[in-house]
Design a protein around this ligand. Structure first.
Ligand SMILES: [Zn+2]
Length: 275
């Protein structure tokens, strides 16, 4: 499942590639992905020009001129691929957007996914994105912002960070190494974290996510040009490494149940300190 690094990589590539281009055609083979009937969607999108492409959490925001947004969520996994004229298209694509220069992109969802068109003035009313927290890659995600976010919260650290309303873009993949790097047990209560631990956690979020962005994201996820990322299983510190030695102290890594998710931890480096 794509998380913040994979979405960031693809949004940056799209911003470079499609900004300034004018939409000339749209095709949808799976109308349930859209937030309006296909004919209306096509009519609304046609003729609009891409102003910029950004991301927030697991959503891609294509800003259109005049005054619209196309919001894309790739769901569990989807190939979102650029094409040039005469290039062979993926046979099972469900969505195709073509620009006036005959380039464009296709989307092939694996399971669910969304492509929504929203007037700019109604963006804050778009239920699925309006309440998303700030992404750690956003300039607004400062140390001060993070401290304020954690103040007076009683949730457990892992659950808190996975809640997209608090922080947008962290999922069950990268959270493993973030908590390890910050030396925190997933079940530590936010209210028991020291100032140093909050600082370490902020640093760990930035370090782990930015390293994956630099590597182009996870090795099983494709970018806008169909290239796979270079963040392979070897890159994980403790994630998915049950029984392997902790990179710091050599204690075997264990897999534990934490609520509805699994966690990979070093029981020595990440003890569950009770207040
Ligand atoms: Zn350890």
């Amino acid at each position: 499942m794509p998380e913040l690094p994979e979405i960031t990589v693809i949004a940056r590539q799209m911003n470079e590639e499609i900004t300034g281009k004018r939409i000339s055609d749209v095709e949808s083979r799976q109308p349930k992905n859209l937030n309006m009937p296909v004919a209306k969607f096509v009519k609304t999108a046609k003729g609009k020009t891409v102003k910029a492409v950004t991301s927030r959490g697991k959503w891609i925001f294509i800003k259109l001129d005049p005054a619209y947004y196309m919001l894309i969520n790739r769901g569990m996994n989807a190939d979102l691929l650029h094409f040039t004229p005469n290039e062979k298209l993926p046979p099972k694509y469900q969505f195709k957007l073509t620009f006036s220069d005959k380039t464009g992109f296709t989307i092939q969802f694996q399971w669910f996914g969304y492509i929504h068109l929203v007037p700019e003035k109604d963006l804050t009313k778009h239920k699925l994105t309006a309440r998303l927290g700030i992404s750690p890659t956003n300039a607004k995600f400062t140390r001060e912002h993070f401290k304020k976010l954690l103040a007076n919260r009683k949730a457990r650290t892992k659950n808190f960070l996975l809640n997209q309303k608090n922080v947008a873009g962290i999922g069950n993949v990268y959270i493993q190494d973030i908590l390890f790097k910050a030396k925190l047990h997933p079940n530590r209560k936010i209210s028991t974290l020291s100032e140093k631990e909050v600082n370490d956690l902020y640093n760990a979020i930035q370090t782990i996510l930015n390293r994956s962005i630099q590597l182009g994201g996870l090795a099983y996820e494709k970018d806008f040009y169909g290239q796979k990322g270079k963040f392979t299983a070897n890159e994980f510190l403790v994630g998915y490494k049950t029984g392997k030695p902790c990179p710091t102290c050599k204690t075997p890594i264990i897999k534990i149940k934490t609520g509805s998710t699994s966690s990979y931890i070093c029981p020595t480096c990440q003890p569950l300190k009770q207040p």
